[in-house]
Design a protein around this ligand. Structure first.
Ligand code: NAP
Length: 303
């Protein structure tokens, strides 16, 4: 990386990044000289990641970043991101320490073949993959607005293209199927991306949904049901490494063809397809306002 590294000295917050694609993205951002705050639930996993990143830095000490600088470049906010209270506390803790945020990566997510209920009584996929990003981003908007040039990256999936929002059954009470819940949550994330980019079009905040690729990680490991088995088959055939996925994500911040784009779905570093539902402004507003209620945010967040 040369002196024109556009990310050096920036501050990033990334969710659920103690493993998988998130952890690989953290390693890459650290290499770029970004100060990274990880919001995740497992302090031991954070400690291991910090040790690993510091050890790698030791080997690279001849580079401009010293080992101490690397240690200081990585921070942890403990949060169970399926809990509304923890998501809100995470935003508060961040704001207490930093007055601006340059990069927000809403990475946390999961695929569950069995229906799980969160502390707040919601279906887990919907909260982890979507509602968390909705609440956290909304609460951190003032910090993002304080950055000269901020980026929000919502880690979506090509599954959004096949999704549908089941307004009468967002919680999957009447019917639950892992893939349906996953596609719904990722479509919701894309609708949020579209609506937010529209609202921020006069600002210097760019917001995009990024499909990282089919990636060899621990996602979809919860059971041996058919859906998980299919995923594992993909994992051992066409899937890419988390490092490659991280490069796809970070390219959105550094690639001159992508870094000034907003409101897009980016796939393999190119503009990807939207689910047509996300082009419907009324649908996007409807979901937004329902999400304000589900996220127990003040009425003033409604549009
Ligand atoms: N892998 C793929 O092929 C693929 C494809 C398209 C999109 N994606 C998306 O990429 C993102 C990352 O997925 P991944 O493949 O890296 O999955 P992963 O290996 O399962 O990693 C998920 C990360 O989220 C954390 N997490 C899970 N539940 C949490 C909670 N309640 N609170 C805080 N952190 C929590 C996990 O931490 P713990 O270790 O504590 O559980 C882990 O670090 C997701 O949004 C996923 O939908 C993945």
């Amino acid at each position: 990386m040369n002196n024109r590294n556009p990310l050096r000295g920036k501050t990033a917050l990334i969710t659920g990044a103690t493993g998988g694609i998130g952890a690989a993205t953290v390693r890459l951002l650290i290499d770029y000289g970004v100060h990274v705050v990880i919001a995740a639930r497992n302090p031991d996993k954070f400690k291991s990641l910090l040790e690993e990143v510091t050890k790698t830095a030791k080997q690279k000490v001849k580079d401009s970043l010293s080992q101490k600088q690397v240690e200081n470049s990585l921070e942890f906010i403990k949060a169970d991101l399926s809990s509304i209270e923890d998501i809100k506390n995470c935003a508060l803790q961040f704001k207490e320490k930093y007055n601006h945020l340059d990069i927000l990566i809403n990475n946390v997510g999961g695929f569950f073949t069995k229906r799980n209920i969160t502390r707040d009584g919601y279906e887990l996929t919907f909260v982890l993959n979507y509602l968390c990003a909705f609440i956290l981003t909304n609460l951190l908007l003032p910090s993002l607005k304080n950055s000269k040039n901020a980026h929000i990256i919502n880690i979506a999936s090509i599954e959004q293209e096949h999704g549908k929002i089941f307004y009468d059954d967002l919680n999957g009470e009447k019917h639950y199927f892992g893939l349906r819940a996953y596609s719904q949550s990722k479509l919701a994330l894309v609708m949020f991306t579209r609506q937010l980019s529209e609202m921020l079009k006069e600002s210097s905040i760019y917001v995009n949904a990024v499909h990282p690729g089919i990636v060899k990680t621990n996602i979809a490991q919860d059971t041996f049901r058919l859906q998980s088995l299919l995923y594992r088959l993909l994992k051992y055939t066409i899937a890419i490494t988390p490092e490659k996925a991280a490069e796809n994500i970070v390219s959105t911040l550094v690639d001159r063809r992508l870094k000034n784009i907003t409101g897009a779905c980016i796939k393999k570093r190119k503009l990807g397809k939207f689910n047509p539902i996300s082009n419907d402004k009324e649908e996007c507003k409807k979901l937004w306002n329902i999400s304000v209620e589900l996220g127990k945010l003040p009425e003033s967040f409604k549009i």
